[in-house]
Design a binder for this molecule. Sequence first.
Ligand SMILES: *[C@@H]1O[C@H](CO)[C@@H](O)[C@H](O)[C@H]1NC(C)=O
Length: 380
Amino acid sequence: MKSRTIVVNTLVSLVGASPLQPRQLLDFDLLDSAPKPAVHTISIGEQPHTVVYDLPAATQAAVADPLPVEAVTKRGLKARTDDSCTSLAAGAGPVPNPDTADTFLAYDAFSTAANSAPVPSGYYQTFGNLQASNNAYGYSGYSTLESYDTQECARRCNNVDSCSGFNIYFERDPSIVPGASCPDPLSTTVIKCVYWGGYISTDNANNFGQWREQFHVVIAGSNGYMKNELYTIPGFTGESLGDASINAPLNCLGQDTYMGAKIFTTSFFDVGLCAAACTSQNEYNIAHPPSTGSPKLCNFFVTYLSEVNGSPEGQYCAMYTQYWNSSYATNDGQWRGEDHYTNNYVFSYTSTSYVDTTVCPGSNSTIIKRSLLRSAASVE
Ligand SMILES: *[C@@H]1O[C@H](CO)[C@@H](O)[C@H](O)[C@H]1NC(C)=O
């Protein structure tokens, strides 16, 4: 039995007497109605490449109201030709002797390389020395390496726009395409550097290999790293919140500052998508004012990767009328039945033009003006 975290009780104790705002918890209707992100597993026949995303289209989808429900594009399947027993690209890693999957998985040199690899500058490690690769959000392609070189893989990730993290590992691949007349060929060890535009963790390192005829593809020395970066967006000041999203109480006037949420499922993690949604929401709200009073405006948003049991649900984007600091970042996930929803790679952004003009009852100043032009906090 999994242990359950009673999120609501934790929140009550943290926000004290302030009323709970359950609307801010994950909107399961929103999650259920959005298309599922395409989860990509690299096949052994796939050549090294970089995935190019249509960012204008993703941004268009992010600002559309309501969010269009689109089918996830399927990759075109190439016409099947019989390439059995033709050679495949040789990898640069050592091949253990005897040449079996069991020997490969027990081979010390792979764990030693993984355990002693330096954490590249600008990154933090999320897992180490697993025997599986990731199925995450925002697959952005891969390349092969000449050695197990985390610095080189990081350098390549830095050159891929959509790359937020990478998975590096040794893979036991066939040296020729397995077929009826060559069902279990000699192996070659390919060192892969896989780019992800999503969050990679032990929970989504669930690709343990595959069988090709009688050849067993397996993985060893798998490490994961995420960028330790506070992404800059013009017009906003950001904060990194780790693995917990904001759960704001009503403000001191009893007003609900939460506006609603969107989820993006068709591209890669990009704080700019949520910024575009926030900005366009304001244009819409100003153009369609309520019959009395002024429209609620988005001055603050929280965006992160939502996962269920480690599998990607997409990029969540929650909007608020006012800034809430990191002491309100208390929502680290929710349970629905046996399913554990987690929030990872959480960032909040405040509009640089936002000035808090809330006058709290009992405050001795007539107007509390708090400029939120804070210097960009760096990620620890
Ligand atoms: C966060 O905001 C609360 C309420 O405004 C304040 O009491 C607290 O000092 C702030 N904490 C930080 C870390 O800024």
